[in-house]
Each structure stands twice: as structure tokens, then as C-alpha cells.
Design a protein around this ligand. Structure first.
Ligand code: MN
Length: 203
């Protein structure tokens, strides 16, 4: 299979002022494109060529560091674009909010924990809200382009929300102020999509 870079589901400037158009353009058209191309090159002519991205991630330790980085980068950015939207933000409702209340100590505590995970991830990586193997919500972070679907993950599960904390995700607008970028991210979270992912992962 050749993996395809899908266009952003909104215009480059749709998330302004929280995430600027130039950052979105470079992030998608250059960084995400590179992960996609590098993944395709790394699996070309191998037995992994006909696998799904989930199958590749689940066996990534058997493949190569290049596939770990680029399959992760391909998957993680697809999720990232999907869980953001213009005119979004606010709080989730329904079953997801109930689970945040009962499993993560409520909305304020969730925000505090998620922001801390994103702020304290040293260097490059991602912070996540995910559904663990026991179907409970987990907040954590991973280095580089790793995620919870990988066999190498310390905590396995299904990511339902992720924030990219690589400098390329915020440096043009926020420079070294990663906490300001993290604070702004809450204004663009598409909780409808996150809730759908929660529903699918907890079935
Ligand atoms: Mn990125």
C-alpha cells in the first residue's frame, strides 16, 4: 500500500489566531508530507508494503527505526488534523465528559494533567488522551513520533486526542512559549470527533 497525504480538512488559516496559517502550511505540506514519503520509501518492496498503518505500528519493533519514526509521524499527524477544527473548543459532553469526571478527576483536573504532560515532554513528542487496554481514559505523553498503538509503547491503548509538541508545531508564532501554544490548543479541539473516537475505542 502506498500511503497518501490527505489535504487538511480546513484551510490553512482556519485555526487562527490559535495556530497561524504559515505554521499549518509548513506543518502539513512539508513535515507531514515528509513523514508520508519517508514511510512509503521505507516499506517499498518489503512485506510491510501491503499492511495497514495500524498493522505496521503494532509490529514496528520488528521493522526499522525509520518506519517507527515515519509511520508514527504519518498516523499522528492524521489524528492531529482531525481532532482540531475552527469554531471548536469548549468541553466535551455525554459519555466522554462522564468518563473524564469519573476517571480523570473532572474537567479542570484533566486540563491540568494534559497540559502538564504536554509541557513536560522533554524535547520532541506528543501528549495524549487515550483509551487504555482496560477501556479507561489515560493521559500521558510519548517521545518523538511514538504512540500507544506501537508495540514499543510503555502504555498501550487507542489515542483519541493528541497535541504535537515538536517545536515545528508552534515555533513561528509562539517561539519558545510552548505553554502558550498548549493553552491555545484547547480553543481548537474538536470534541465531537474525540467523542466519536472514544465511543469506538470503548465499544
Ligand atoms: Mn508535527
Amino acid at each position: 500500500m502506498t500511503f497518501q497525504l490527505q489535504p487538511l480538512p480546513y484551510s490553512n488559516d482556519a485555526l487562527e489566531p490559535h495556530i497561524d496559517a504559515k505554521t499549518m502550511e509548513i506543518h502539513h505540506d512539508k513535515h507531514h508530507a515528509a513523514y508520508t514519503n519517508n514511510l512509503n520509501n521505507a516499506i517499498a518492496g518489503t512485506e510491510w508494503e501491503n499492511k495497514t498503518i495500524e498493522e505496521i505500528l503494532a509490529d514496528v519493533s520488528k521493522i526499522s527505526p525509520a518506519v517507527r519514526n515515519n509511520a508514527g509521524g504519518f498516523y499522528n499527524h492524521n489524528l492531529f488534523w482531525e481532532v482540531m477544527a475552527p469554531n471548536a473548543g469548549g468541553k466535551p459532553t455525554g459519555d466522554l465528559m462522564d468518563a473524564i469526571d469519573s476517571e480523570l478527576g473532572g474537567w479542570d483536573k484533566f486540563k491540568e494533567t494534559f497540559s502538564a504532560a504536554a509541557t513536560t515532554r522533554f524535547g520532541s513528542g506528543w501528549a495524549w488522551l487515550m483509551v487504555g487496554a482496560d477501556k479507561k481514559l489515560v493521559v500521558n505523553s510519548t517521545p518523538n513520533q511514538d504512540n500507544a498503538l506501537m508495540d514499543v509503547a510503555e502504555v498501550k491503548g487507542t489515542p483519541i486526542l493528541g497535541i504535537d509538541v515538536w517545536e515545528h508545531a508552534y515555533y513561528l508564532n509562539y517561539q519558545n512559549r510552548r505553554p502558550d501554544y498548549i493553552g491555545a490548543f484547547y480553543n481548537v479541539i474538536n470534541w465531537n470527533v474525540v467523542s466519536e473516537k472514544f465511543k469506538a475505542a470503548t465499544k
